[in-house]
Design a protein around this ligand. Structure first.
Ligand code: SIN
Length: 564
């Protein structure tokens, strides 16, 4: 096992548990609640506050075959089409068949979904779905409601939670098995500074990595910490090249950076049109579903039109909804637009694609197990094979729910014994030198320019070179094999070091995938290459700390085996 770790002080405090869940979105909190219900001593650690993850920002909803006439089989078909030939069919089948009951259990936990006049769950449509199957809450505040219900349940269950905690590295025992995590807590009194949660089962539910790009719908906490931790621990990651760019993000100017307001696909699901500056509906004729084509196709359609017309955005026109429907159905989006001086009731909304979702992540099997014994991954940080080359809209909350339950069941069944973490063997490896926090903007611009919505061999090679230069710079600044004197360890430095690692791996995979598939769009390789491309790119960090890419034989994932 690679077993490299970030430059950081040794843990000064410790908590002991059976399970530590890292992250507090739908995946993390569902796992934690189920583990606790099974009698496992469970600790939740989260980077900010319990309700500060990506889940809270989800607007559209949660997809499941809940409506009359809909079936898991139809949901499976739509998911496979969106995934562009790279979904693991068994994983998708698990998702769509277990999904409806998992949503019902979420309702039992306390989440309130919008209902029709007859009291049934109200369902809408989003891109790639041939049926109305998206359950929503508060109109366009689905994630906020799910987060509220789960946080309340966690508080009621009196789970041990540690907030403002950035996870650093995996701890392992003498056998190389998971023994907990090291983490840094900001100002929690009893748990302050670098410490450890010692537990034989670690569940990464750290969310996404949208912050590797300049503009993203992801909150500031989405810096790829879980993927970076897993890579340093020797785990395999897969499908990282498939970054989903959401087609309709409120355009706030070409230089706008950080988290941008989302304009949910559900707005198109309810009949909004995409138009160019001349009012032409350019998606008509590009796909049978027009504006409701799978997300990659709409993002490409918008980007192409922007390039043809030399403009920085397109428009989403939903003036025909009228004020009452806007206020009732999309209150969050209405307020966000108005706060930026745009009134969707009277004018079209300027929109452009922005980084939204990592379809890939830490490779797991159907029980959420990674290639490192005792380490699990769930939700956006994971790659279960469900999303393939492009996630179907609103499948992510569902994936978090379904696989959280599976992970909790696996841990409850195995109940691994607690073991002692060993630091000694890890100290044989030099820690990863830290990057200066100021490098964050450089990484984001490099990634946006070179590995953004439209990529080419040349743009990716340039990105690779710039990232490797940063990597070399950090290594050269480190004073000797054990201590990085140049950069003081701290949250900003750890985060940006994580951003660099996941960016390097993403670019390595994107260079290797010499075709256009799903949300990986290569202008120099415009066609899908089914003869060579229907396989996953699995990446690990090699002994010299560079990404090593290997390809699976088929689109079905081979069994997860412990890393050597
Ligand atoms: C949206 O509401 O458009 C986002 C939903 C998703 O990402 O699945």
């Amino acid at each position: 096992m690679t077993g490299i770790r970030l430059t950081a002080p040794a843990p000064g405090w410790a908590i002991d548990a059976d399970v530590v869940v890292v992250g507090s979105g739908v995946a993390g909190l569902t796992t934690a609640l189920r583990c606790a219900a099974a009698g496992l001593d469970t600790v939740v650690v989260t980077k900010a506050r319990l309700d500060d993850g990506s889940t809270r920002w989800a607007q559209g909803g949660i997809a499941a075959a809940l409506g009359d006439g809909d079936t898991p089989e139809q949901h499976l078909d739509d998911t496979l089409v969106a995934g562009a030939g790279l979904c693991d069919e068994e994983a998708v089948r698990t998702l769509v068949t277990e999904g409806p009951d998992a949503v019902r259990r979420l309702i039992t936990t306390g989440a309130h979904f919008d209902t029709t006049d007859s009291g049934d769950i109200a369902l809408t449509r989003e891109g790639g779905h041939h049926r109305r199957r998206i359950a929503h809450a508060g109109g366009d505040a689905t994630g906020a409601e799910i987060s509220r219900a789960l946080v309340e349940a966690v508080r009621e269950a009196a789970l041990h939670t540690v907030e403002n905690a950035l996870v650093l590295d995996l701890l392992t025992d003498a056998e190389g098995r998971t023994a907990g995590v090291s983490l840094h807590v900001m100002g929690e009194g009893q748990h302050d500074g670098v410490g450890a949660v010692r537990a034989p089962s670690v569940v990464l539910a750290t969310g996404g990595m949208g912050q590797v790009f300049s503009a993203t719908t992801n909150p500031s906490v989405s810096t790829g910490d879980g993927v970076a931790l897993a890579l340093r621990a020797g785990a395999e990651v897969s499908d990282l090249e498939f970054v989903q760019f959401h087609p309709t993000v409120l355009f706030l100017g070409a230089d706008s950076e950080g988290q941008q307001p989302l304009v949910s696909e559900a707005v198109r699901g309810e009949g909004a049109h995409l138009v160019d500056g001349d009012g032409v509906r350019f998606m008509l004729g590009q796909h049978e579903l027009a504006e409701l084509a799978p997300r990659d196709i709409v993002a490409k359609g918008i980007t192409r039109r922007m390039l043809e017309q030399g403009t920085e955005h397109m428009y989403l026109d939903a003036r025909h909804f009228g004020a009452a429907m806007w206020e009732q159905r999309f209150p969050t989006i209405l307020a966000a637009c108005r706060s930026h001086g745009i009134d969707p009731v009277t004018e079209p909304i300027p929109v452009a694609p922005a980084a939204h979702y990592a379809s890939g992540g830490v490779r797991t099997d159907l029980r959420g197990r990674t290639t490192v014994p005792g380490l699990y991954a769930c939700g956006e940080v994971a790659c279960t094979g469900v999303h393939g080359a492009n996630r179907l809209a609103s499948n992510s909350l569902l994936e978090g729910l379904v696989f959280a339950e599976r992970i909790a069941a696996d841990i409850a069944e195995v109940r691994p014994p607690r073991t002692e973490p060993v630091q000694a063997s890890r100290d044989a490896d030099a820690p990863v030198p830290l990057l200066a926090p100021e490098a964050r903007t450089a990484i984001q611009r490099t990634m946006t320019r070179g590995a953004g919505v439209l990529r080419s061999a040349a743009s990716l090679a340039a990105a690779d070179e710039e990232l490797e230069a940063l990597h070399r710079e950090a290594a050269a600044d480190a004073d000797g094999p054990r201590v990085s004197k140049a950069v003081v360890p701290g949250v900003d430095a750890w985060e940006v070091t994580n951003l660099l690692l996941v960016s390097r791996v993403l670019v390595a995979a994107a260079r290797d995938r010499e075709e256009t598939r799903g949300c990986h769009w290569r202008e120099d390789r415009p066609d899908r290459d089914d003869a060579n491309g229907r396989r996953h790119l699995v990446v690990r960090i090699g002994p010299d700390r560079t990404p090593v890419v290997h390809r699976t034989e088929t689109a079905a994932f081979p069994p997860v085996r412990p890393s050597d």
